[in-house]
Write a protein that binds this ligand. Structure first.
Ligand SMILES: [Cu+2]
Length: 199
């Protein structure tokens, strides 16, 4: 596959398959994250890919999975309750966590080796993809049981008027770790915080 920087072929040359020599269109597609985010924003072609005009490559078979994932034991987990909030005030939109924007928030404090269950409620009319730095986590269902198949994640979507839950173990990485909405304009607006993990 080679990326062409020259002027793209006319659209009539594009088709949906991955046949040798084909030109594929890569488009920005609006995603409705609430609050009019798709209004007046049609799809945009970002760039085109021209596939090499050569026989299809044969992939090696995937290896057998040799590593299992165990569900974290949450029986003694510390509970962390967060609400994703919109702050009142004049001027620019201000967002926060538990009613305070990031620049006024105190860090959460936890100990190396601890396991925690985070419950994140969304009180707003936007989805918020919630992202934690430094540690992978296991998403839990509303019943507190891990979502199957088990997977390590660093981001989970918190739907409008909904909640997300995850279990995380603070393994041996003390320090200051950021968590924030991964819509970066929301993080900039204050939907961000710090987790201080101490020995
Ligand atoms: Cu957000």
């Amino acid at each position: 596959m080679d990326l062409q920087r020259r002027a793209p072929r006319p659209a009539a040359a594009c088709h949906g398959g991955g046949a040798p020599g084909a030109t594929l269109s890569v488009r920005w597609v609006p995603y409705d994250r609430g609050y009019g985010t798709t209004f007046g924003r049609p799809e945009v072609e970002a760039f085109r890919l021209r596939l090499a005009d050569e026989p299809l490559a044969e992939d090696d078979p995937l290896p057998a999975i040799a590593r299992g994932i165990e569900a974290l034991d949450t029986a003694a987990a510390r509970r962390v309750d967060l609400q994703l909030t919109r702050e009142e005030g004049p001027g620019d939109l201000v967002m926060g966590i538990n009613g305070v924007p990031s620049w006024e928030a105190e860090p959460l404090v936890a100990a190396v080796g601890e396991t925690a269950v985070w419950i994140i409620e969304n009180t707003m009319e936007f989805d918020h993809p919630f992202h934690l730095h430094g540690f992978f986590f296991q998403v839990l269902g509303a019943d507190g049981q891990p979502v199957r198949p088990l997977a390590w994640k660093d981001t989970v979507n918190v739907p409008v008027d909904g909640a997300a839950r995850f279990a995380v173990r603070y393994d041996n990485r003390p320090g200051m770790w950021m968590f924030h909405c991964h819509i970066l304009d929301h993080a900039d607006a204050g939907m961000m915080g710090m987790l201080q993990v101490v020995r």
